[in-house]
Write a protein that binds this ligand. Structure first.
Ligand code: HEM
Length: 267
């Protein structure tokens, strides 16, 4: 590929002499403008080649291959559970980002008063327009995601879709289900309510009971051996910063592998 581009005046001449609709002319002018600066046509061609190369590897669907017509149709809803998990994840991410404008991860409180974190949740629930709705959608999306991911895992297991060559995607799935559960747990602690506090207590003792690495894990995940401001900040940063990046990247890899391998035949 050469960096040299034809003279722009040639393009203008070419465009002038064509019979084009206004839309076509606007599209081509924009494309040429972008191409002369960012070589977009080369990149578009590269993506197109990649698309056809990958698509050539996709096996036929099992209905096509075995000419099953609609005999297996009643299984199909179960094959949408992975996509259903993605939708729930996106809804949780968008509503979570909006909640982030109002939530404050601070465990401090004046004596006898609710903590700053709990107060910020009360504000969302009681003062903010549609705040009650926003928080409810976030919680529902989270719970639907946990259910969908779990059922998706069952579908993969009972159709034998984890077998060769899909072992890697199964293992990525194991990490994804753990991340999904940890998303739920860290989010549950954020309101720093009585429920959050005692769930945190159970969690910290659970990790402390792990042999050899228990104390190290409690220190890493909870910021110490008892609940404190450090616990809340760690849960917050994991919930809103670390895990969204890791989970989004892993979901993209997971679906990329499904795209390359095609959906498994039921075994
Ligand atoms: C955030 C969680 C997850 C998302 C968003 C997700 C998404 C998807 C999607 C969209 C598909 C395409 C087929 C379908 O929807 O059934 C798929 C396939 C697959 N998933 Fe997941 N998944 C997740 C978790 C898991 C878990 C927990 C496991 C297992 C431990 C798993 C293992 C697999 C395997 C092996 C396939 C290939 C299935 C086949 O070829 O029929 N995934 N996933």
């Amino acid at each position: 590929m050469s960096l040299d581009r034809p003279d722009p005046h040639d393009h203008r001449e070419w465009l002038r002499t064509r019979e084009l609709t206004l839309l076509e002319r606007a599209y081509l002018t924009a494309l040429i403008w972008l191409d002369r600066r960012l070589r977009v046509v080369d990149y578009l061609e590269f993506v197109e080649t990649l698309y056809y190369k990958v698509n050539m590897q996709l096996p036929k669907s099992h209905t096509e291959q075995y000419n099953l017509d609609n005999k297996f149709w009643y299984w199909y809803p179960l094959y949408t559970l992975g996509s259903f998990s993605v939708v729930a994840y996106v809804v949780a991410a968008v509503t979570g980002a909006l909640l982030g404008f109002y939530y404050a991860p601070a465990a401090a409180s004046a004596s006898g008063q609710p903590t700053v974190a709990y107060d910020s949740v009360l504000l969302v629930m009681g003062q903010l327009n549609l705040g009650y709705f926003l928080r409810s959608v976030h919680r529902w999306a989270a719970q639907v995601m946990v259910a969908a991911v779990f059922l998706h895992m069952l579908r993969v297991y009972f159709t034998g879709a984890y077998k060769e060559p899909r072992e890697l995607n199964w293992l990525i799935g194991v990490v994804l289900v753990s991340l999904t559960l940890w998303f739920g747990y860290s989010g549950y602690l954020l309101p720093w309510s009585q429920l959050s506090y005692w769930a945190g207590q159970i969690g910290i003792e659970l990790f402390l009971s792990v042999p050899l690495v228990g104390e190290w894990l409690a220190q890493l995940l909870f910021g110490g051996f008892s609940l404190s401001q450090a616990t809340l900040v760690r849960m917050y940063i994991m919930h809103v910063f670390v895990m969204p990046f890791v989970t989004t990247a892993l979901i993209a890899i997971h679906i990329g592998i499904v795209w390359m391998q095609g959906i498994a035949e039921p075994h």
